[in-house]
Design a protein around this ligand. Structure first.
Ligand SMILES: Nc1ncnc2c1ncn2[C@@H]1O[C@H](COP(=O)(O)OP(=O)(O)OP(=O)(O)O)[C@@H](O)[C@H]1O
Ligand SMILES: [Mg+2]
Length: 465
């Protein structure tokens, strides 16, 4: 598409000469003798670039610049003047002019052509950036938090209401219920959305390390601190910091965090200087923090400070009516990701998914869907045969499991196999955590997984990946 340029100057010959030069470069050019008629054109047509004189009868080029930027910040404005002063140049740049050029133009009309090309480049870059932000917003918008149950609708309402404010939110709920998803939705619906969303996992980082991770440190603050280091709080400046698994934070660090929440300032380890940052804090935990407060594991003052807006994510088994919707929306995504032809789910599968208790919540459902989709490559339908053993109905257990057994006569081995699978799903197939939950060591777990034919590839992978 040819770029549309508007040339504004009360001097007709000047206007014509700039316009002709640009037209020779195949730009489409409109002309206006003053700011008022320029604004008229701007309200009727899509203009990419405005090139304007400053001194004109009526509104000046500076006034025009401000009005253009107010209407559409993406329109680039180049000011052109025979009476250049430092003050007016500074004012132009402050108001967002792309460039400020003097008349007669030192490089001749060609210089204008070059400036126009650069301005168009910047405008394209900006709109690409905006598209990227829009994609992120879509990714973390409500469209991606699936649910139509009353309890989820209530959560959407809370998110919408608190997002534009700066209040601290505490999101609680079992593992895999969507706590991080909601935290991101709050950020991406807030005025901070163009600034960073920084996640700090307080659960997996040991105490002293977490302190330097949050606050940063100066060189020489402790042995090994050979360079100074910005903490996550500084990285997140003007954005949102998400303190995940806050319930695992040590008492001494809780005190420092509280102080930060009250004062908005902190100092890096090994430094006296106070740093001020502008942050919104969202915290999450799968623990019962009020119980931790009662038995002295969590500071009450910090608890109150964090939970200005408490958001409780319901376990999936408490919003079963959302399960069919989750299945269809998530499956559509996974069919595409796994490059498997879309196919329907049998009634049996849907029924079983609706009656199962989902200890690992939506994350477990995601893993089960991926597993079934991967297994169903050659099938026309996803049926009971594709259900993983944890959900499998005994009558239709897949072949490797041997002949079906009635629920009340499960062998000890079958019980063990199912239990291991349930735990693996709940722990996102993380071997160390699953072994810990099962009370066996990792080697033993590996052996059992091999025996039962489970995927033993490392990490948080789904069984079908
Ligand atoms: N309502 C939902 N709609 C769609 N996807 C969801 C929903 N809730 C959770 N998910 C998906 O489930 C997975 C787990 O969600 P998330 O990481 O937000 O959970 P969490 O509560 O932070 O879990 P954990 O405590 O284990 O960190 C993610 O892949 C997320 O996209
Ligand atoms: Mg999480």
């Amino acid at each position: 598409m040819t770029a549309q340029i508007l040339v504004v100057d009360d001097d007709r010959s000047m206007r014509d000469s700039v316009a002709r030069t640009l037209e020779r470069k195949k730009y489409s050019v409109l002309q206006a003798p003053d700011a008022a008629s320029a604004l008229q054109i701007l309200s009727e047509k899509e203009i990419d670039i405005v090139i304007s004189d400053i001194r004109m009868p009526g509104l000046s080029g500076h006034d025009l610049l401000r009005e253009v930027k107010r209407r559409n910040p993406e329109t680039e404005v180049i000011l052109l003047t025979a009476f250049a002063t430092v003050e007016s140049a500074l004012e132009a740049m402050k108001d967002g002019a792309f460039d400020y050029m003097t008349k007669p133009i030192p490089g001749g009309p060609e210089a204008v052509v070059m400036t126009v090309a650069k301005a168009l480049e910047r405008r394209d870059l900006r709109s690409a950036n905006r598209r990227l932000t829009e994609e992120l917003e879509e990714k973390y918008g409500f469209e991606n938090i699936i649910g139509k149950s009353a309890v989820m609708r209530k959560i959407f309402g809370i998110v919408e209401e608190v997002a534009p404010t700066d209040v601290t939110a505490l999101i609680t709920g079992e593992s895999g219920t969507g706590k991080e998803l909601v935290a991101r939705a709050i950020h991406f619906r807030s005025n901070r959305k163009d600034n960073p969303f920084v996640v700090v996992d307080c659960g997996s980082i040991p105490g002293t390390l977490l302190e330097s991770e949050l606050f940063g440190f100066e060189r020489g603050a402790f042995t090994g601190a050979v360079r100074s280091h910005r903490g996550k709080l500084e990285t997140a400046d003007r954005g949102t910091v998400f303190l995940d698994e806050i319930g695992n934070m040590e008492m001494s660090l809780q005190a420092k965090l509280l102080r930060f929440l009250q004062e908005h300032t902190f100092s890096r380890l090994g430094d006296e200087k106070e740093t001020r940052v502008d942050l919104r804090v969202i915290a999450a935990t799968n623990r019962d923090l009020s119980a931790d407060v009662k038995n002295g594991k969590f500071r009450e003052d910090l608890f109150f400070r964090l939970s200005v807006v408490p958001i409780r994510m319901p376990p999936l088994r408490d919003r079963r009516e959302d399960i069919p919707l989750l299945i269809s929306r998530l499956a559509r995504k996974f069919f595409e990701e796994l490059r498997v032809q879309e196919k329907p789910f049998s009634d049996e599968v849907i029924r079983r998914c609706m009656t199962y208790d989902w200890p690992g919540n939506v994350r477990e459902l995601e893993n089960v869907l991926k597993y079934m989709i991967a297994l169903s490559q050659r099938a026309t339908e996803i049926s009971g045969d594709h259900l993983p053993a944890s959900l499998g109905s005994p009558k239709s257990a897949p072949a490797p499991d041997g002949p079906g057994v009635a629920e009340d006569t499960l062998s000890l081995e079958e019980v063990e196999k199912r239990h291991i699978l349930t735990v693996l799903n709940a722990e996102k197939w993380n071997i160390s955590r699953s072994a810990a939950v099962l009370g066996i060591n990792r080697t033993t777990l590996y052996k059992k997984m091999e025996k039962y034919g489970f995927d033993t590839s490392p990490g948080e992978s789904a069984p079908g990946e």
